[in-house]
Every structure is written in structure tokens, then in C-alpha cells.
Design a protein around this ligand. Sequence first.
Ligand code: HEM
Length: 537
Amino acid sequence: NLDKANDNAKLQDIAHETQPRSESDKLTDNMGHAISDDLNSLRAGVRGPTLIEDFLLREKIHHFDHERIPERIVHARGSGAHGYFELTESLADYTTAKVLTEVGKKVPVFTRFSTVAGSRGSADTPRDVRGFAVRFYTDEGNWDIVGNNIPVFFIQDAIKFPDLVHAVKPEPHHEMPQAASAHDTFWDFISLTPEAMHMVMWQMSDRTLPRYFDTMEGFGIHTFRLIDAAGKSTFVKYHWKPVNGVHSLVWDESQKIMGKDADFQRRAMWETIDQGGTLEWDFGVQLFTEEDADKWDFDVLDPTKIVPEELVPVRIIGRMVLDRNPDNFFAETEQIGFKPTNIVPGMDFSNDPLLQGRTFSYLDTQLIRLGGPNWQQLPINRPLNPVANNQRDGYMRQTINPGRVSYHPASLDGGSPSEVPRAQGGFVSYPEPLSGEKIRKRAESFSDHYGQARLFWNSLTPVEREHLCKALQFELSKVETRHVRVAMLDHLEQIHPLLASQVALALGEAPRASQTAKPGGTADSAEEVALLATADA
Ligand code: HEM
């Protein structure tokens, strides 16, 4: 019971250091001096100029002048909530991580949902990929799954990320369009990036029009590693499955909602929780060995590929419940700094080249976004367990470290001057044997860009295909440069000729090569062909 009480206290602890405010509190400046008049500045005579000695006016305006911080370079528009994660099945056979082995324990979480392209003040419901970032405040340090609501990504290598983002964001000369991918630069980049085709199929499907936050799935996307007590590694992919099921808006609804209530999804989450409700997901894993992976015709290190659930079913091992709204949007939702490098002992990364680049980017960006090297001491970013290291000083340092020893090895702090004083039992990297030439080249196993895009198309119902065709028709009709549209039609042709010809028709282009040939031997029903043939622009 004590443990339970402790857990509950911890759940409440996360970023819950609100300033007490009661009616008897006096209004003060930032140094605690009581203020008698906050409505009139100090003047030389009632109609005279303001005096520079008015330190109360100056402090108030000075603070106001500096209230803004940069928004996130991507995923700027987001909404978050607190809650907990509860493990229902232990993965002790695969990992030593307590968060994945202690069944029944409630681990506090903070989860932030976001769009990718729009700015902080943009709308909730454009056609866009959604960020799905979960921080677990575990006893062994913070663990972040910084994922999306789509199981694959646009590019295979982090070095292309700045180009992808420059292409998708509003065009730099006129800052249009806001929060939308329907423009030339995005499709120009995509048409020259065949590896994006699988992701583009998901992006043009109803998946990028989620109805609510808790009607969308979440994915860790990359292949990660779990490490057991003997040091053995198993590959893992992470999945969030909404208890309410997956539901989307249709395009027309989505556009109208954007006009009527830009905060549609944010408001729905807030009100649900405010009225005592919860948002819930099951947490699942796909576990597979390196030997399994070697047999498949795609590379599990390639983030543009899924591991089909027919090959490795998703095993549900826990659930996440979001049940507490933040007290302050800025201090929690805005100041949380996720990073994919937040993993705990018993976990590790894989060599996915996109993930490898991400291990650098998040720490780096937060140095500026959150104002210096001590951003990890902000309440929402602090781990539950104590932090102990010799890092010191820097802008906005909050911790007061006593004593004269801030180095290692040291004998003056009363401890023994051993080589690794506090390192035992901590994180160790998986000792994967490495060899190879230093080279800038992708593996041959990353080269099929159309197979899983076609698999996705084949998995859709006729109505879903119709929506996908219409989305492409809409998006590409906004592209002014003809050769970009034509290049995209050529890619669609490789995915499925019927898809290509439907989109071509709406764009006034010649029908693509063959409306009847079916790549991979897949046959569409006559009913489906008729349905697509009536799809309008
Ligand atoms: C932010 C997901 C690839 C750099 C985010 C966020 C999510 C996310 C969910 C928002 C986090 C939040 O709510 O605060 C992903 C996924 C990726 C991916 C799923 C691919 C599988 C990349 C790559 C880079 C990158 C390749 C750079 C090399 C960033 C940066 C931010 C960000 C700089 C802003 C972070 C901040 O200011 O706090 N990403 N991302 N991402 N991502 Fe990624």
C-alpha cells in the first residue's frame, strides 16, 4: 500500500509545482516586493512623462518582452496530457528494463500529439502526419517513444531531413501555404525521392485525417533493441492501438472544422479529461530476432518499411491512460523536450540511419529552443529518480550542488577513488560487432520503394481507395509545375496503374500506360474499378 501511495504521489509530482495563489496573497514583483498599484505607472505629474526610475513598470514590460521562445522547427502545433502506463504482460524474457517487466506498476507519462508542418497557432485538422510522443517517467530514468501515427517515414537517411522539412513547410518567398502539403515544393521533393512512396500512400489515405487524438494509432517506427539479463538482443517495434478504434474525418469535414474550430481535437481531449473521462491506448510490441529479419525481403533497418503483422503479430503488453490536463500549457506541453535517446537500461538503438541521425538532433535543437544546457532541469523534463553527475553551471542552472568535488576520479568526496564509481548496473550499449568500409552509400536491401506502397494499396477497401485517389487528385491539382505532376504520375504507375490512371484523368493528363495490368498479379474487382472510374476531381 505504501508503494501504491508513493506511486500516486509520483503521478501527481510531474510538473505539478504550481505557484500557490490565494486571495490573501499580495501582488509582488519578481523579487517579492509588494506592489501597491499595478495599473498606473510612475509619472512626473498626472499628465507628465513616465519616470525611468519606475522599476515596477520596467520589470513588468521587460518580462513581457521576453515571453516568447522559438517554436519547434517541426511539430510546433501540439497538445499534451498526463496519465500513466501500466504493464499487463512482462517482457522479462527479452529485457531488464523495469518499465517492461514490472507488471501492474503505474508509471507516469506525459503524451504530446502534434501536426508536423503547421506553426504553433495553426489548426488541428489539416491533412498531415501526426506526432505521437510519449514520455515514461520510470524509476530508471525517462524513456521517450517519439513516434508518429504512421508506421513508416518519408526518407531512409537523416541527412535528407532538412530538405524534406524545407520542402513541406510554407514556401520561403511568400510563406504559403500554411500547414498543407498541397504545393509545388513538397511534391517536387517527393517526386524526386522514390523512397517516400510508401509513406505518401499512408499520407494520402484517411490516416492523416484522424478524428480525435484517441482514434489514432501510434508507432515508434524504427526497429529498436531490447536486451535481456544475459546481454542477448531482440529487435522490437512499438505500437499504440486506441481503445476507441481508428476513426478518421473525411476531407470535407476536416476543412470545415478547420474554419469553425481550429482547436477541435485539443478541445475534445481537454473537455474529456476535464469532465472526468480518459483517453486510452493498448501498448503492443512486435518482437523478432536478427535471424528472422535476415530472411525477409525488406530491411528492418529501413524506416520506410513495416514488419507486416502477418509475419510478426503485435503482442499487447500494456495500456496507457491519459487522465490529467496540464496546469500550464507553456510549462508542460511547450517546454517538454522529447528525445529518442531517452532509453533505459535493457534497451538500445538499431542501425536504422534515420534513427541514428535523430540521436543527435533533439538534444541539439533544445539547446536553443529551451534556452541553454540546463533545459533538462525544467520540471516537465526532470526524471523521477535523482540526477548525479559532475555537470555544472551554465545558463539557468537550477540545481545547487554543494561541495568542492565536481570531477572524477576523486578521493576528496569521501568515496573511494575507483575508476567507475557509480557506473555499475547502469546503461550499457549492446556490443554489436562492427566492421566495414567508411562509405556514403545505402544498402541494396533498402532499394525496393514500391513493394510495400503496393501492399498498402492492396490492403485498402474500395472506399478507402476512393479517398486516397481523391486526396492525390486534390493535392496534385494544386501543383502548378506540370513536370512535377507528371513525375508523380509515373511513380503512381509503379505502385498501381489503376491508381495512376484515376489521378491522371482528374489532372487532365493522358491515361497512364495500362489500366488493366495488375502489378504483382493482384486483381481488382469489377465493382472497385467502376467505383474508381466515377471518382471526381
Ligand atoms: C520533433 C517524430 C524524424 C528532428 C518531433 C516530434 C515528433 C517527432 C513526434 C514532436 C515531439 C514533441 O511533441 O515535442 C519524428 C519521427 C521521425 C522523425 C517519428 C522519423 C521516424 C526526425 C529526424 C530529425 C528530426 C530524422 C532530424 C535529423 C526533429 C526536431 C524536432 C522534432 C529537431 C523538434 C524537437 C523540439 O523542438 O522539441 N519529431 N521525427 N526528426 N523532430 Fe522528429
